[in-house]
Unconditional design. Structure first.
Length: 216
């Protein structure tokens, strides 16, 4: 079961919490879900150079709070906070705050720095994907990633590649381990992400599990 269930969804409500936190009635629920999706896709594309790890959205009657977890906060804030104001305007446009009275609904944008980017499964997977696209040797890329993750303080890491690895004619799967990664322990803090790498030979899927220890 551990290989078939998303590690984050498996622990949702127990070890991890939801990334969107709000309540809506039956009529507005679907619209707010779509708004959250569009907002995340827009911010991920616009702030691709900032190393966005996670975007949390908290809605209340009077406040919409968006928290950006990034590895390079200076890219998001910009000189004198200019970029942050642009991000805030985009959030107001996508979430239709401009149509409402702004004195009733306030948008609050908060930027949190990820101090150890090598412990983020998303950043590790995206870095490996970029290396594979640039025809970097896959074993060397994975080995370097394993060493960086363990050096950053992880208790275990697992990386899986699947597809036409190294431009091979036949697709295959390869798994690399270092340390321990418990798949069934609910209190285990496991960061998981999967990313595709569109190489010249075809797609290569990348999955990264990073075990950071147990949550007390």
């Amino acid at each position: 079961m551990g290989q078939k269930v998303n590690p984050t969804g498996f622990r949702l409500g127990n070890t991890f919490t939801w990334k969107s936190r709000w309540f809506a009635d039956a009529k507005s629920y679907s619209n707010q879900v779509i708004e959250d999706y569009k907002l995340r896709q827009h911010l991920l594309a616009k702030l691709s150079n900032a190393g966005v790890v996670q975007i949390d959205i908290d809605r209340s009657i009077t406040t919409i709070k968006v928290t950006l977890y990034v590895s390079r906060p200076g890219v998001v804030i910009g000189k004198g906070g200019a970029n942050l104001e642009d991000v805030k305007k985009d959030i107001e446009r996508i979430l239709n705050v401009s149509k409402q009275k702004k004195d009733k609904v306030r948008v609050d944008v908060k930027v949190e720095e990820i101090k150890k980017p090598d412990l983020s499964a998303k950043l590790v997977a995206e870095r490996i994907a970029d290396q594979l696209i640039k025809r970097y040797p896959h074993r060397r890329a994975v080995t370097q990633a394993l060493e960086k993750v363990m050096t950053a303080g992880a208790e275990g890491v697992k990386i899986a590649l699947s597809g036409r690895i190294g431009g091979s004619e036949i697709a295959r799967s390869e798994k690399y381990f270092q340390g321990k990664v418990p798949t069934q322990t609910l209190r285990a803090n496991i960061d998981y992400f999967q990313a595709p790498a569109r190489t010249r030979s075809g797609y290569v899927g990348i999955k990264v599990w990073i075990y950071k220890g147990e949550v007390v």
